[in-house]
Design a binder for this molecule. Structure first.
Ligand code: CA
Ligand code: CA
Length: 337
């Protein structure tokens, strides 16, 4: 169990959500970084952390995504992004934003839930490596005792001023527990990717996320990873939810900010789900410790590293390991009353 090994202090084998090398096809699909003026003011959509009606309205903070048939994946990305056939996705509701600290705090307050990182003693946090020493692969990740959802960077950090930030350092079980509390579930990879497309052109979501004026349209990493973050998008780390334009379905931060859990087990290349049966793959291997597919990239994805700030991008993640760049959002079947 990779996660168990990690919790004893090792980092070898860690399925962290960034890759080190880029395929030429990915590089060729990415627009060159443009020099732009940093945003002087970031509008964050008025999200204070708790959606209107939260805890009362079944669909509080959610948007309805229509039924559709599409082909997840891309021919221009990493090998595991290759399409494996069409999928039908039935209409469903999905959180408009990543689940916030305020929302997760409401869950913990109501249930007394204790997260895995709190029980196990820590989580994995990002720390920029020193520039005067040789760079080690994954040398920017550190298992930090005392890091949990209340202490995102470790025991000396807290949530002051961050109630509208995405909750992080939550494992698959933690995310499921929150979703269960609301009578919801976590998205399948197909649901997540269909929602992320927003009814738009999939090709446009395979490029560096910048708008027509060259402004960063998501929270990712501009500069040279992991040493120089120019913060063109205004954020060196996580941003409050809703700071960047919503997609065509009214969803924020599907691309960037924090990675998001899906319920799908990760088995390397995409697998043929069978038209209309994306759940079959999941039901066949419901092992909570299987690595899961996470989606959307994070504030740590750059043009020279990771490059997974794209709808079709995917990465394995140990189910029982909290990480400081990983959160989630929930879904609800459209037939639920
Ligand atoms: Ca950023
Ligand atoms: Ca996200």
């Amino acid at each position: 169990m990779t996660g168990g090994y990690l919790k004893t202090g090792g980092l070898a084998g860690l399925s962290l959500a960034i890759g080190f090398s880029l395929s030429m096809s990915v590089m060729s699909s990415v627009q060159p970084t443009q020099t732009v003026t940093p945003r002087s003011a970031i509008s964050c959509g008025g999200f204070d952390g708790l959606p209107e009606g939260f805890g009362k309205d079944l669909h509080a903070g959610m948007e309805r995504i229509p039924t559709g048939v599409f082909t997840p994946g891309t021919h221009s990305g990493y090998p595991d992004e290759q399409p494996a056939g069409a999928v039908q996705v039935d209409a469903f509701w999905i959180d408009r934003t990543e689940v916030t600290n305020a929302q997760f705090a409401a869950f913990v307050s109501a249930t007394g839930y204790v997260t895995e990182a709190e029980r196990d003693g820590g989580a994995v946090v990002f720390r920029a490596p020193p520039q005067d020493k040789p760079l080690e692969y994954n040398g920017w990740w550190h298992y930090r005792k005392g890091a949990d959802w209340r202490h995102p960077e470790g025991p000396d950090s807290d949530l002051e001023g961050r109630k509208n930030h995405p909750v992080v350092n939550v494992t698959l079980a933690d995310a499921k527990a929150y979703a269960d509390w609301l009578g919801r579930t976590l998205p399948t990879e197909s649901q997540w990717e269909w929602a992320a497309l927003g009814g738009g052109d999939p090709e446009l979501l395979e490029r560096e996320p910048r708008d027509a004026d060259g402004q960063a349209s998501a929270n990712y990493w501009q500069g040279v990873f992991p040493f120089m973050n120019t913060e063109d998008d205004g954020f060196v780390s996580r941003a409050p939810v809703g700071c960047f334009p919503a997609n065509g379905y009214g969803l924020y931060d599907m691309i960037g900010n924090v990675w998001e859990w899906t319920i799908d087990p990760y088995r390397g290349p995409r697998q043929e789900h069978g038209l209309g049966q994306p759940e079959a793959l999941i039901a066949g291997a419901e092992q909570d410790l299987d690595p899961r597919v996470i989606k959307g990239g994070s504030f740590l994805c750059a043009t020279d590293f990771c490059v997974r700030y794209r709808a079709a991008a995917r990465h394995p993640q140990d189910a029982d390991l909290g990480v400081t760049h990983l959160g989630f959002r929930t879904v609800l079947a459209s037939t639920a009353n």
